[in-house]
Design a protein around this ligand. Structure first.
Ligand SMILES: [Zn+2]
Ligand SMILES: [Zn+2]
Length: 367
């Protein structure tokens, strides 16, 4: 339970969570025949609830063909489109939470609003949606890219990939620095574009290096370290960033949370329930998903724990292998959290982008 959590009038504790759905299919996942949805607590990062949806059952199909019913562990529990699975599973989780004394009153979700509107109409308690910061960042990147492709800006700087990266990075810094301060965040977002165009009047001395040292300042991530120029470009960018500075959007952005842990869970489940195999026709898919959830919550040791629960003593090889796997995971986690690693990762990413741009320029139009 979160520290300082309080009960409401109906004796329910509010839990902040993230919800996402994964599909066992590559490419167009929205026509997948199986899917799993999970609710993760933000404070603990553990799976609080999960459920699966299966559209097919091989045994049912076979017995229909042969016209004789076979008793079996049927896992078919969904008909209709795969898109509806996401909101269907979400409603199931959110509705059954009060039975366990909790309610998911704050939830992090992607920008897709269908799930949220379904939740709003079906869930008996009030809930609030927080923007997934990674999704927002990605969509800002796409919007800037589209702007650079669709519109021409005469007498202005080129809105190149480098400039887009710079603006997105400023935006990310801005949100991180004004965590849980929606009003200051809104003001700071309004400063990003003027700052890039060399107007530092409203900048804060805390982050604006021009204000700290006006004589030696250059934008070291903009082309040639120069300010951007051109009033049409500035206006278009300012319009775009102003949308993020509106009070409603800023208050959703301010907690600065994301659902990356759901992605990591989907990865773990994907390593058990392979996308290139079809397990959805039997109970296998459900068991594999459950294993993935167990590994996410308990670590690799879940195998030993399960064996002990069923009355089997795990052998020495099993135990030592699980321990080694868990050690590896925690060492990896520590390494990836260091500043050195993050700087290196960013540098490698920039190198990759640069070499792509160089190659594309050399190859010319290829389709
Ligand atoms: Zn069946
Ligand atoms: Zn500035």
């Amino acid at each position: 339970m979160e520290a300082g959590a309080e009960c409401d009038s109906e004796n329910l504790v509010g839990v902040m969570c993230s919800y996402d759905m994964g599909w066992q299919k590559r490419g167009k996942a929205h026509n997948s025949s199986t899917g799993h949805g999970a609710v993760l607590g933000v404070a603990t990062g553990k799976v609080l609830d999960f459920a699966t949806r299966n559209k097919t059952c091989r045994t049912c199909t076979a017995s229909k063909r042969q016209n004789k019913p076979t008793p079996h562990d049927c896992r078919r529990n969904h008909c209709g489109s795969s898109k509806i699975m996401e909101s269907d599973v979400a409603c199931e989780h959110f509705k059954r939470a009060p039975a366990r004394g909790i309610k998911y009153d704050k939830y992090i979700g992607d920008d897709d609003s269908t799930t949220f509107s379904h939740l709003k109409t079906n869930v008996p308690y009030g809930l609030e949606k927080i923007s997934d910061f990674i999704h927002t960042k990605r969509s800002l990147n796409t919007r800037l890219y589209n702007l650079s492709q669709r519109q021409k800006f005469p007498n202005s700087s080129v809105l190149s990939q480098k400039v887009v990266n710079y603006l997105v990075k400023c935006f990310a810094y801005c949100v991180h620095q004004h965590k849980n301060q929606p009003e200051e965040l809104a003001k700071a977002i309004q400063c990003i574009v003027p700052h890039a165009f060399g107007d530092h009047n409203k900048c804060d001395i805390l982050w604006c290096r021009y204000k700290q040292n006006p004589t030696e300042y250059t934008h070291h991530e903009l082309p040639y370290g120069k300010d951007l120029h051109g009033s049409c470009l500035q206006q278009a960018l300012q319009d775009l960033f102003s949308e993020y500075a509106s009070p409603t959007v800023a208050s959703k952005l301010a907690p600065c949370l994301d659902s990356q842990r759901n992605e990591s869970l989907n990865g773990t489940i994907g390593s058990k329930n392979l996308k290139i195999r079809h397990y959805g026709g039997s109970e296998s898919s459900d068991f594999r998903t459950a294993c993935g959830v167990a590994q996410h919550n308990e670590g690799h040791n879940f195998v030993c724990k399960t064996l002990i629960k069923t009355g089997i003593n795990p052998g020495p090889h099993c135990t030592s292998y699980q321990q080694k796997q868990d050690q590896k995971v925690s060492a990896d986690k520590q390494r990836k959290a260091t500043k050195k690693f993050k700087i290196r990762r960013r540098q490698l990413r920039l190198n990759r982008i640069q070499s792509t741009v160089r190659n594309e320029n050399r190859e010319g139009l290829s389709y």
